[in-house]
Design a protein around this ligand. Structure first.
Ligand SMILES: [Zn+2]
Length: 637
């Protein structure tokens, strides 16, 4: 990989920031180190096949040095805090394993064992975190699991801490906010492959760690790359004020739907004075629209629930912890943290609306946006994961959509066609590169990234263009306070330079897909129908899906390039009736096994037109798990 140092323009910008920020305030470091008990040494976690799925030591040798000029000082500080790893005591009976995955695992000691909150991304890291806890606190059995919300870094490792049999037998309750499974699964169905692809850019998990490489994700260091599992909850938390007793420990819940996740909850352990804020209040400005892609979140609701959390819980709280970052001790400091976080999301919401109602568009509002001094002074409001810039655009998008109202932007040429026209307008590739090189010398890397992008799209074989755009992205990455911006820029540069940019974490694991309802499963098939190829096909298949909970009748009809489906039998007679179990259905739709193979093995039967099913499956397209982002995609036909 080509690597350059930071240019004088970046060094000047980051040095100015270093002067401005309150580095003398070391409270966060004290909090992050407080209660340290022990760490996994060495810090690697392996998969069964010997592959490293987590390396907590990866960052240590870089972060112990003086800040390199290729890292923003504010991000450097955050990376040092986030990279700390090990088992920590939060308060009597409350422990956290931090820095062993993107998220934290919290452990609450009960009468007979230990309650696990948020079992990380992978079974391997979750098992290692639990083992680390047990090494220091004794071999306590897991007596309950709580998922704070529906994102994969809060449930994926569950089979590393409990077995499905123990949960199914009712020996271990699993709690989650209402709607958890629906949202956990849905997020990985419709746009799952694209989100996984962009997550590779956002977290930089395939990027080498180093002064000019990956240095965390702001929220955690990166995402582990082990086995993602899902055991559905056995007890839904449906309302605020709901109280449960788990292993002798009282818990009072606050449901917070539509905040950081569509299904999320905060909760208080009143007898321990400990408050879990899930991912609703962390030591960063969070995302209203994550760069990997998602539905836009609602900062208005988010702020409301933070106010409610203070009202409900603050008086009974002596320590607050979350599913990322370090805890906050002391009632007053907890209230300050929660109200500042509240003000942060409310300010983003209200000010973006104020400005859009005066006609300003997303890009303008993002550039105008400045936090008030009280929020700017706090470290936890800085954009290490979300940013004021992309969050303001997210609020605009939430209310107004992609169109800014200017008809000049209503029907522009797509990137390749626009690229060719821009290159021609400016007098050809050499003239464009000349302008871009001048801009690079002047430190206007944003303009270089945009301008040279037109040439890269017009002629992806132009290596001078690719290298110049990569160099600009690299400087933007070096200067970024936001870790996910840094990762996107640096992975983008790697793609331009022809480095292999993999997709290391895919959340749509077999365990997650097994939780799909029939409706969702057929939805996931419908979005793979190659419309143009299926345009004049009409095929009807009725299904009998067998499983432990009995038989389900289901219908599907392909017409006009659309696969419609629903419960029961179809209105018109089907060409074929297929009988299969869920396993067979999953194998069929994922392409793991063809109809003939499944018929021979006896897990599928077809009545009626024998070729109907094959013709329907024949028009299914598949996602590209490693699609290009910075350079053109292959032409569809
Ligand atoms: Zn998370």
């Amino acid at each position: 990989m080509t690597e350059t140092g930071a240019t004088p323009a970046i060094i000047a910008a980051t040095s100015a920031l270093e002067e401005r920020l309150p580095f003398a305030d070391t409270t966060d470091l004290e909090d992050a180190e407080r209660g340290f008990i022990g760490a996994l040494r060495p810090g690697q976690v392996f998969a069964a096949d010997g592959r490293v799925v987590w390396d907590a030591d990866a960052w240590a040798s870089v972060l112990e040095l003086e800040r390199p000029e290729t890292v923003n000082p504010s991000l450097w500080r955050q990376a040092r805090l986030v990279a700390l790893h090990g088992l920590y005591e939060v308060t009597d009976g409350v422990y956290q394993v931090r820095g062993m995955d993107l998220s934290n695992m919290t452990l609450i000691e009960g009468d007979t064992g230990v309650i696990v909150i948020d079992p990380l991304v992978s079974t391997e890291t979750a098992a290692a975190a639990l083992a680390l806890y047990r090494e220091h606190r004794g071999n306590r059995p897991v007596t309950a699991v709580i998922y704070t919300h529906s994102h994969v870094d809060h449930f994926g490792g569950v089979r590393g801490v409990v077995s499905g049999e123990d949960v199914a037998a009712g020996r271990i309750p699993v709690l989650a906010p209402e709607g958890f499974v629906e949202h956990a699964v849905a997020e990985n169905v419709y746009a799952g492959p694209a989100m996984a692809r962009r997550a590779a850019y956002m977290y930089g998990a395939a990027l080498p760690v180093g002064p000019a490489g990956q240095l965390g994700a702001g929220l955690g260091m990166t995402v582990s790359t082990g086995t993602v599992t899902l055991i559905p909850p056995t007890l839904d938390v449906t309302r605020t004020g709901q109280e449960e007793v788990l292993d002798g420990v009282r818990v009072v819940f606050q449901v917070t739907p539509g905040t950081e996740a569509p299904s999320e909850m905060n909760f208080l352990f009143p007898d321990l004075g400990a408050l879990c804020m899930a991912e609703n209040a962390t030591h960063t400005l969070h995302n209203l629209l994550t760069l990997r892609g998602a539905l836009v979140r609602d900062p208005h609701a988010w702020a409301h629930y933070l106010t409610e959390a203070v009202d409900l819980f603050a008086d009974a709280t002596s320590v607050e912890f979350a599913s990322h970052h370090w805890p906050t001790w002391g009632r007053e400091r907890v209230v300050a943290l929660l109200t500042e976080q509240r003000d942060l999301y409310a300010y983003l919401h209200d000010q973006t609306l104020r400005l859009l109602n005066k006609g300003y568009v997303g890009a303008e509002i993002a550039e105008m946006f400045e936090l008030p001094p009280g929020l700017e002074r706090a470290w936890h409001t800085h954009g290490y994961y979300g940013s004021a810039s992309h969050n303001a655009k997210a609020v605009y998008q939430r209310y107004m959509g992609w169109f800014d109202g200017n008809p000049g932007h209503l029907w522009p040429h797509p990137p390749e066609q626009a690229g060719r026209r821009y290159v021609e307008a400016i007098g050809g590739p050499e003239a464009l590169l000349e302008v871009a090189r001048r801009a690079f010398t002047n430190g206007d890397y944003r303009w270089v990234g945009e301008l040279v992008g037109h040439l890269v799209y017009a002629d992806p074989g132009n290596t001078a263009a690719r290298e110049l755009q990569a160099a600009a992205f690299e400087q933007l990455g070096f200067g970024a306070e936001n870790a996910t911006w840094r990762n996107f820029y640096l992975v983008g540069a790697a793609e331009l330079r022809g480095d292999k940019v993999g997709t290391p974490t895919v959340a749509a694991s077999p365990d997650v897909l097994a939780q799909l309802s029939l409706g969702r499963l057929f939805d996931s098939v419908a979005i793979r129908v190659d419309g143009p190829r299926a345009g004049d096909l009409r095929i009807g298949v009725d299904w009998t899906v067998t499983g432990p909970d009995g038989e389900h009748q289901y219908w599907s009809r392909l017409s006009n390039g659309v696969l419609s489906h629903g419960d029961g039998a179809g209105r018109e007679k089907a060409d074929a009736v297929v009988r299969a179990d869920r396993q067979g259905l999953l194998a069929l739709f994922s392409g793991q096994a063809g109809p003939d193979e499944l018929r021979e093995s006896g897990s599928l039967t077809i009545e009626g037109a024998a070729d109907a099913l094959g013709r329907m499956l024949g028009v299914l397209d598949s996602a590209d798990p490693g699609f290009a982002i910075v350079t053109p995609r292959p032409r569809e036909r």
